[in-house]
Design a protein around this ligand. Structure first.
Ligand code: 13P
Ligand code: SF4
Length: 328
């Protein structure tokens, strides 16, 4: 696995500019939004301040659908690189901005295109279904893209005798195998955030909160998922807590998602599941590279923007459109 853990959060060299940072960033960003005719899309793992300035907050499927239907000239993407890249794949003529180009993804990094192309060539009869958490190059090598909210439904639409490669997340792949009863050939990738939840600490937490439901993202390891009362994408987890009669939830995913849970059901209690380290909760170091200051500077400078090789973009678009079609 090729992990490039980002440096602690600070304005990167790319962001160093002579522009002074205004005191009221919220108003300054709202003004720039009008100037650029921009829409701000954010993932649930962003800092609460960033979620609060977004026009749309969602999981990877929702964000792709929002990008596909976007009417604005500019998309400011508050998420990680593969998400902004996906928006650009769908919108080649729009300006797609990402506040920090170092906001990568350990899962996407765990699947280098040259190694994956070789793996695919060794299995010529296989259909390639790739989780959206991958680079444009991997998407271009895939037949269908999926997200954590539609992976089971997409695999269920494929004829039973068709062998399938599932990449890059082995944990989501295992979960899909369990749900569909299908054998999948898995790429051995994983997310560094979801991999490090501690099963022992989770069990201890459940003893302290016996009435709480454990809700988990399918990127978690099987030994953690087996304790879950509900498994789903970030939007799935949010909907679950909104509908449930329970008052307490142990949340086993990046803790940013708790902001929307708390906002929509303020009387309920959400306990973030702890990782194996000494931290109380688990944040994605890539997602958290984006800050309000960087959003302001990015919009002011119209940079950094996502730029894609057109051949790769066109090849990556096909499996993306297939996913959107199969998710209707
Ligand atoms: P979803 O929001 O699609 O559940 O994905 C979670 C994630 O890890 C995004 O990087
Ligand atoms: Fe990637 Fe994991 Fe961060 Fe999601 S939480 S962006 S999968 S490293």
């Amino acid at each position: 696995m090729f992990l490039t853990v980002p440096k602690p959060n600070q304005l990167s060299d790319r962001q160093v500019t002579s522009n002074p940072i205004p005191q009221d960033l919220f108003t300054a960003i709202a003004d720039l939004k009008k100037e650029l005719n921009a829409v701000i899309l954010a993932h649930y793992y962003q800092d609460p301040d960033l979620q609060d300035i977004a026009d749309y907050i969602g999981d990877s499927l929702g964000l792709s659908q929002a990008a596909a239907n976007c009417q604005a000239d500019t998309i400011v993407f508050l998420g990680v690189h593969f998400m902004a890249e996906t928006a650009k794949i769908l919108n080649p003529d729009k300006l797609v901005l990402l506040p920090d180009l170092d906001a990568g993804c350990s899962l996407a990094d765990s699947c280098p295109p040259d190694r994956f192309a070789k793996f695919k060539a060794e299995h010529p009869d296989y259909l390639v279904i790739s989780y959206i958490n991958c680079s444009a190059e991997i998407k271009a090598l895939s037949d269908i893209i999926c997200t954590s909210s539609n992976a089971v439904a997409i695999v269920n639409q494929i004829p039973k005798d068709q062998p399938i490669i599932f990449a890059p997340d082995r944990n989501l792949g295992r979960y899909v195998m369990q749900q569909t009863g299908r054998e999948l050939l898995l790429w051995d990738g994983a997310c560094m955030v979801h991999e490090i939840f501690s099963e022992r600490k989770l069990v201890d937490l459940k003893l302290s909160y016996p009435q709480a439901d454990i809700i988990a993202h399918p990127e978690c390891e099987p030994n953690v998922l087996r304790h879950a009362d509900y498994i789903g994408s970030t939007t799935g987890l949010l909907k679950y807590v909104q509908k449930s009669d329970r008052q307490e939830f142990i949340v086993v995913t990046e803790s940013g998602v708790i902001h929307q849970m708390q906002k929509s059901t303020p009387f309920k209690k959400f306990i973030p599941a702890p990782p194996t380290s000494n931290c109380a909760c688990n944040e994605c170091p890539y997602m958290r590279l984006n800050t309000l200051e960087k959003v302001y500077l990015t919009m002011k400078n119209r940079s950094p923007e996502i730029v894609l090789n057109e051949k790769i973009r066109q090849a990556a678009l096909k499996p993306m459109l297939r996913m959107l079609e199969m998710s209707k």
